[in-house]
Design a protein. Structure first.
Length: 119
């Protein structure tokens, strides 16, 4: 009985080790630092987890965090009364290199890939 329990423990430990690496990819957040351009926005990621995005004369400030493969932006906007409104944009990163990032908006059901090119 002890041998059977020991073998079962070994099998379970092996399975746990094999599947421990599965799941979300972890990307290097240092690779995000800099300026990235999409076909609609230009994003500026700073190393203090702040940044901004620009489009057609509109600038919006944000703070950001990277959780595995999820890049979360907390975008601050202001209405006419100068009250701040924070919206959340979460990108799921599919690939990230020194010059290119491919991701999609987590809230976009079509999961259309957005290509970011580093400037």
């Amino acid at each position: 009985m002890k041998k059977r329990l020991f073998r079962l423990s070994l099998v379970l430990a092996t399975v746990l080790i094999l599947f421990a690496g599965c799941g979300k990819d972890d990307f290097d957040e240092d690779m995000l630092i800099g300026t990235w351009k999409t076909n609609t926005w230009t994003y500026h990621f700073l190393d203090d987890y702040s940044g901004s995005r620009d489009r057609g004369g509109i600038t919006q400030n944000f703070t950001w965090d990277l959780y595995g493969d999820e890049l979360e932006l907390r975008v601050t906007q202001y209405d006419e009364s100068e009250s701040s409104i924070t919206t959340y944009v979460t990108f799921i990163i599919e690939s990230l290199s020194e010059t290119k990032m491919e991701a999609y908006d987590k809230n976009d059901s079509s999961k259309s890939t957005i290509t970011f090119t580093k400037l």
